[in-house]
Ligand binder design. Structure first.
Ligand SMILES: [Zn+2]
Length: 122
């Protein structure tokens, strides 16, 4: 009888430990699901940010292209000749050529100067 009680206590202890383990595993799984949901939300947010950056960059490229086209059309419509460009056209062509150089801030400043000159002409 004593032996049986001892065994039962031992079994109860094992079962309790097993149940505790199950509860812990359930908690860990629930935490993992929460983490995955939170990660999904983060990715969705990042996707939105990336889309916004892509849209803005596309708009910037389109604007840049429009500006270049406008500047080139000014050169095209000028009375000077390709072999003998006037100062204004030479400056415009120089700015367009510098567009791919590493001196972006300088080129941007020149663009702004030309743009303000154009606005003054208009
Ligand atoms: Zn010209």
């Amino acid at each position: 009888m004593k032996k049986l009680t001892k065994l039962r206590t031992k079994l109860n202890l094992q079962e309790n430990r097993l149940r505790e383990n199950f509860e812990m595993l359930d908690q860990i799984r629930a935490d993992a699901v929460n983490d995955i949901e939170s990660l999904t939300e983060d990715f969705q947010h990042l996707t939105l940010v990336a889309e916004s950056i892509r849209r803005n960059y596309r708009a910037l490229l389109a604007q840049n292209q429009l500006l270049k086209d406008t500047l080139l059309s000014i050169v095209d419509e000028c009375d000077c000749w390709p072999q003998n460009r006037c100062d204004s056209c030479q400056q415009i062509l120089k700015i367009i050529a510098c567009d791919n150089s590493e001196q972006k801030p300088d080129a941007a400043r020149k663009y702004r100067t030309i743009l303000s000159q154009l606005r003054n002409l208009g």
